[in-house]
Ligand binder design. Structure first.
Ligand SMILES: N[C@@H](CCC(=O)N[C@@H](CS)C(=O)NCC(=O)O)C(=O)O
Length: 205
C-alpha cells in the first residue's frame, strides 16, 4: 500500500506534505474534507470518524491523525530529513511547540470555523460572538507562541523543520497574520520569510 495523505487546499494537510517532501517520500494525495461534498469524504470518514484532515495512512495500513503526531512520527522515522532537532533538549522544545500549536491554536481555529458546533444558540449573532471569542483566544495564544518559540524558529530558519511547517500553515487562518503583524511584527516577518523557503513554499501553493 502506498503512503496516502488525505487533505485539501488551504488545509493543515499542507504541513504534512512539507514533511513528506522533506523526507523524500512518495505519497498519494487524496482530496477529502468534511466541507467539500464532492471530495473523497466517505473514504476519509472510514479512516477518521472525526472527518478531519490531515489524515495519513501508512504503507502497512496504520491510520495517523493529529498533525502533531503525524509530524513527530515522520520526524522520528526519517531523522535525515531534519524535521526534528537531534539534540534532546532542542527536540523537547520542538515537541512542546508542535503540541502547543495543535492543542491551543488549531483547536481555537476549529471553534472559529464552526462556531455552531460550540454553542446551543442558533442565531447568527450568538454564533458570531462565539467566533469572536475563539479568535481573541487564538490571537493571544499566537502572541504567547511568538514570545516562547520565535527564537526557536529563528534559529531553524536556514533549514526549517516540523515546527516551522505547522506554525506557517496554522498561522494563516482566522485573522492570525493580521493580528501578529500589529502585535508581533518581527515574528510576523519571520513567518513570511519562512513561507518563501523551498522546504515550505511548494506545499503552500
Ligand atoms: N486536531 C487536529 C485538527 C485537524 C483539523 O481541525 N483539521 C481541519 C482542517 S484544517 C478539519 O478537517 N476540519 C473539519 C472538521 O472538523 O469537520 C490536528 O491537529 O490535526
Amino acid at each position: 500500500m502506498v503512503l496516502t495523505l488525505y487533505g485539501s487546499h488551504g488545509a493543515g494537510s499542507a504541513a504534512v506534505e512539507m514533511a513528506l517532501r522533506a523526507a523524500g517520500l512518495d505519497y498519494r494525495l487524496v482530496r477529502a474534507s468534511s466541507w467539500e461534498p464532492d471530495s473523497d469524504r466517505d473514504a476519509l470518514l472510514r479512516l477518521n470518524p472525526l472527518g478531519q484532515i490531515p489524515t495519513l495512512q501508512l504503507e502497512d495500513g496504520t491510520v495517523l491523525t493529529e498533525s502533531a503526531a503525524i509530524l513527530i512520527h515522520l520526524g522520528l522515522e526519517h531523522p535525515a530529513a531534519g524535521l526534528l532537532p537531534t539534540a534532546a533538549s532542542a527536540r523537547a522544545l520542538h515537541l512542546r511547540g508542535l503540541v502547543y500549536v495543535a492543542a491551543n491554536c488549531y483547536a481555537a481555529v476549529s471553534v472559529s470555523d464552526f462556531p455552531d458546533q460550540w454553542t446551543t444558540a442558533t442565531s447568527t449573532a450568538a454564533q458570531d460572538k462565539v467566533r469572536q471569542a475563539a479568535r481573541r483566544q487564538l490571537h493571544r495564544r499566537w502572541e504567547v507562541f511568538a514570545d516562547s518559540f520565535g527564537g526557536v524558529l529563528d534559529d531553524a530558519e536556514a533549514k526549517p523543520g516540523a515546527l516551522a511547517f505547522l506554525a506557517v500553515v496554522v498561522s494563516q487562518w482566522s485573522g492570525t497574520r493580521a493580528h501578529l503583524l500589529a502585535q508581533r511584527p518581527v515574528f510576523h516577518a519571520l513567518l513570511l520569510r519562512l513561507a518563501q523557503h523551498p522546504r515550505i513554499a511548494p506545499s503552500l501553493q
